[in-house]
Design a protein around this ligand. Structure first.
Ligand code: HPA
Length: 272
C-alpha cells in the first residue's frame, strides 16, 4: 500500500472526530504532556486504534491523538510522538503530521525537550525555534516523491513561520516569560551527545539540540503547513564540569518548565 493510501485510510477513520474542522495541530514533546490539562478534550484515541499509526514506546510518551479545543479553538494534539531512534521509518515518524494535514490542519505547533548548546541558556529556558539544521538525521522526504503530498524539492527558506514567531515573542513579553530565539540541531539519538559533539553543534551555529521536530517540520512544510516550534532546554551540553545527562533529568526539567510553555502555546492558539 502506498503512503498516500495509508494517509487516506487513517484520515477517513479519524474524520468522525474532526467535526469541528480543527485547523491547528499540536505535538507535545517529552515531559510536556501535561499541556493536555489546557485542552477541553472531546476524544482521546490511543494510537494503536488508528489505522497505520505506529505505536509509541518511550517512557514519558503516552501515545494518544486528542481532539478537543484550547481557548475555544478546535485542535488536534499528539500526546507522545514517534522518534526515528525508536526504529520507526522516517515515513512512520511523520505519518501523524501528514494525517493532520489531510484532516484540514493548517498550522502545526511542535514542542520538544532539547539540550542547550548556547552558553547563555540555562535549564528550564524556552527557545522559539527560528530555523533548524537537519543534515545529522534522515530526511523524511527521501525516496520517490508523491506529488499529491507535496513537491519533489520543497523550499526551506522559512521552515518556521515568521508571523507565528512574532506572535509568540509578543505573547512572551505580555506574559513576562523570557523567550530565546535560535536554531535547533536535529540528531538521531538515542545517545545524548559527547562533549565534542555538543561543541561541534555549537560551532555549526545551533542553540539547542534534540532528537525530534525537524522531520515533522519538513513533512509539514512539504504539505504547505505553517509551522511553529519551541524547545524547552532540559540540560546543558557545554559545561566544563562533570556533565552526565539522564532521561529522568530531561523529563523533570521539561515538567518544571511546562507552565510557561503551556501559557505560550495556549495564547498562541488563541491568536490563530
Ligand atoms: N541532546 C539531544 N536530545 C536531547 C537532549 C540533548 O542534550 N536533551 C533533550 N533531548
Amino acid at each position: 500500500m502506498d503512503t498516500y493510501q495509508k494517509l487516506q485510510e487513517a484520515a477517513a477513520y479519524l474524520q468522525q472526530y474532526a467535526g469541528k474542522s480543527p485547523k491547528v495541530g499540536v505535538v507535545l514533546g517529552s515531559g510536556l504532556g501535561n499541556f493536555v490539562q489546557e485542552i477541553e478534550v472531546e476524544t482521546a484515541i490511543p494510537y494503536d486504534q488508528i489505522p497505520h499509526f505506529p505505536v509509541s514506546t518511550v517512557e514519558g510518551h503516552s501515545g494518544k491523538l486528542i481532539f478537543g479545543s484550547v481557548a475555544g479553538k478546535p485542535i488536534i494534539a499528539m500526546q507522545g510522538r514517534f522518534h526515528f531512534y525508536e526504529g520507526y521509518s522516517t515515513e512512520d515518524v511523520v505519518l501523524p503530521i501528514r494525517v493532520m494535514r489531510m484532516l484540514g490542519v493548517q498550522t502545526l505547533l511542535l514542542s520538544n525537550a532539547a539540550g542547550g548548546v548556547n552558553p547563555a541558556f540555562t535549564v528550564g529556558d524556552l527557545m522559539v525555534i527560528t530555523d533548524h539544521i537537519s543534515f545529522a538525521t534522515a530526511n523524511p522526504l527521501m525516496g520517490p516523491n508523491d506529488n499529491r503530498i507535496g513537491p519533489r524539492f520543497p523550499d526551506m527558506s522559512e521552515p518556521y513561520r515568521k508571523s507565528l514567531i512574532q506572535k509568540a515573542l509578543q505573547i512572551g513579553q505580555e506574559q513576562n516569560i523570557k523567550l530565546h530565539q535560535g536554531v535547533y540541531f536535529g540528531v538521531t539519538g538515542p545517545t545524548f551527545e559527547t562533549r565534542a559533539e555538543y561543541r561541534l553543534i555549537q560551532i555549526l551555529g545551533a542553540d539547542t539540540v534534540g532528537m525530534s521536530t525537524v522531520q515533522e517540520c519538513i513533512a509539514a512544510v512539504h504539505m504547505g503547513m505553517d509551522v511553529f516550534a519551541m524547545s524547552v532546554v532540559t540540560d546543558l551540553g557545554i559545561r566544563d564540569e562533570e556533565n552526565v545527562i539522564t532521561h529522568e533529568e530531561v523529563l523533570q526539567a521539561a515538567k518544571a518548565a511546562e507552565p510557561h510553555f503551556a501559557t505560550i502555546f495556549r495564547e498562541l492558539i488563541r491568536s490563530i
